[in-house]
Design a protein around this ligand. Structure first.
Ligand code: TUI
Length: 316
């Protein structure tokens, strides 16, 4: 399947993997790239040496392009911004902020830069700053989210910029993929579906929690503190939301979630940890290899696009 995104990135399938903190490491990234998409290593809050090692390990597993996601709230963001240049990483995606200060150095190094945006304003700013594409991420996503939904954000971003748009948030199968294309995207980013990939090395309890999740099982913590994070409902979120309603301070609330993602991903503590997941978890029903998932999604997208044309014809 050829789109502006497969051409830009030199990949076969316009699916890129989300830069999920603590989750998106070398084995998942390499598997997605080897299956024809774009695998991403999440730098998250990790230091320079750790991310450097992840880049090296990914290179041992794949010859294909892959990227690094830089979480701009990280205390190490500046170091990682330099590392991707030194390591000649092909693609950089960014999240949770404005990567403006780093754009010049990345473009000078020939890196394909794709910032995640949650608003039209940032999308336009990123195009002016030299971004090669943008990821328009709606609030159906897991983790740190903005205000707009994917359904509303993607067409507005697509109208506002001339660079290719990748849709993210709430996409987990071929129907979501096809819908994203209808909204003006040239590719999709998926996170939640890849949580249960065979090559995703998170704790089995985390995978099971995603597989068991129903449509309305995610909640957003931290709306009152300005750090909205979408996670699967559990004992921690019940306590968190209660304290949040009581007007507790950011510092007090932070105590409940500190280290929570690592606790869930590595120790499998899905009761008190932060089980970040998008709203599409309810649709994710089986563990598969990345290749199986991506083939299934593309086949389904082609089927529904044909079926849609037929249904629309019988409508007129
Ligand atoms: O970044 C994400 N999702 C994430 S990052 C993360 S790790 C984390 N840990 C603790 C605290 C916070 C994060 C977990 N999930 N998605 C990309 C994304 N970026 N979503 C929304 C945004 C965003 C929001 C506002 C990007 C830019 C922005 O405004 C920037 C500005 O300055 O205008």
């Amino acid at each position: 399947m050829e789109t502006a995104i497969t051409q830009l990135l030199g990949i076969q399938i316009p699916i890129i993997q989300g830069g999920m903190a603590w989750v998106a490491e070398h084995s998942l990234a390499a598997a997605v790239s080897n299956a024809g998409g774009l695998g991403i290593i999440a730098a998250a809050n990790a230091p320079y040496e750790y991310v450097k090692e992840e880049i090296r390990k990914t290179r041992e597993l794949t010859q294909r392009p892959f990227g690094v996601n830089i979480m701009l709230l990280s205390p190490h963001a500046e170091d990682i911004a330099r590392l991707v240049v030194e390591e000649k990483v092909q693609v950089v995606t960014t999240g949770a902020g404005n990567p403006g200060p780093y754009m010049k150095q990345w473009k000078a190094a020939g890196i394909v830069v794709i910032p995640v945006v949650a608003s039209v304003a940032l999308a336009k700013m990123m195009q002016r700053a030299g971004a090669d594409a943008v990821i328009a991420e709606g609030c159906e996503s897991g983790g740190h989210i903005g205000e707009a939904t994917t359904m509303t954000l993607v067409p507005q971003v697509a109208d506002a910029v001339t660079i290719p748009v990748i849709a993210a948030g709430g996409i987990g199968d071929g129907r979501g993929f096809a819908a994203a294309m209808m909204l003006g995207a040239s590719g999709v980013q998926m996170g939640t579906r890849f949580l249960v990939a065979k090559e995703c090395v998170i704790h089995p309890n985390y995978k099971e929690k995603v597989l068991q999740a129903k449509d309305i099982d995610t909640v957003v913590t931290g709306r009152s503190t300005g750090h909205p994070i979408r996670v699967l409902r559990n004992k921690m979120t019940r306590e968190y939301l209660k304290l949040e309603q009581e007007g507790k301070s950011f510092e007090e609330l932070e105590l409940l979630t500190l280290g929570g993602l690592r606790k869930a991903v590595q120790e499998g503590d899905v009761m008190y940890g932060s089980v970040m997941s998008g709203q599409i978890a309810g649709l994710v029903k089986k563990e598969q290899t990345c290749q199986e998932m991506m083939e299934e999604i593309i086949n389904q997208a082609e089927d529904v696009l044909k079926d849609c044309a037929r249904r629309c014809q019988s409508f007129v």
